[in-house]
Design a protein around this ligand. Structure first.
Ligand code: AKG
Ligand code: MN
Length: 158
């Protein structure tokens, strides 16, 4: 199983290496700050959160996941952030994927959601720490992303 390739934009970035995973202010690969979050992306994320009923979403990180057709992301919780009243906003681009949304327990009942190009998924409140993952990227050739799916995950980390 391949995992997604990751990078970030925003005030901090989520990074995983042999020392574990954490939010950092510098990109460990370049030693530089992460690129700023483009205002248009921030606006998109904030307005999607608002539409879902979250009035004060202030994302400081956009994690960028790039999946190949053979990539998956195992069931996990997003729990490295400080304020769990802040939702998660996830934007899907390119190839479609099967998103699995489980409950607060890894082995709880699972919902399967097809995420297609342009879909925006928001979750928070009671569901903020629910397990979720990507079980499959559907093969295809997208005019913009080729044989890839790109996911933008907006969070407030700090
Ligand atoms: O690619 C997705 O839709 C989910 C990504 C995700 O859950 C994560 O990066 O924590
Ligand atoms: Mn996640």
């Amino acid at each position: 199983m391949m995992s997604a390739e990751i990078t970030n934009c925003g005030r901090v970035g989520w990074h995983s290496d042999r020392q574990g995973y954490r939010y950092t202010e510098l990109d460990p690969l370049t030693g530089q700050s992460w690129p700023a979050m483009p205002i248009c992306l921030q606006t998109l994320a904030v307005s999607a959160a608002l539409k879902a009923g979250y009035q004060a979403f202030t994302p400081d990180v956009c994690l960028i996941n790039r999946y190949s057709i053979d990539s998956k992301m195992g069931l996990h919780q997003d729990r490295d952030e400080r304020d769990f009243t802040q939702p998660i906003v996830s934007v899907s681009l390119g190839l479609s994927a099967n998103f699995v949304f489980a409950g607060s327990q890894r082995n709880g009942p699972r919902q399967h959601i097809l995420l297609e190009h342009g879909d925006v998924l928001v979750w928070g409140g009671q569901l903020r720490k629910n397990y979720h993952g990507i079980s499959k990227v559907l093969p295809g050739d997208d005019p913009l992303t080729g044989q890839h799916r790109i996911n933008l995950t907006f969070r407030q980390a700090l």
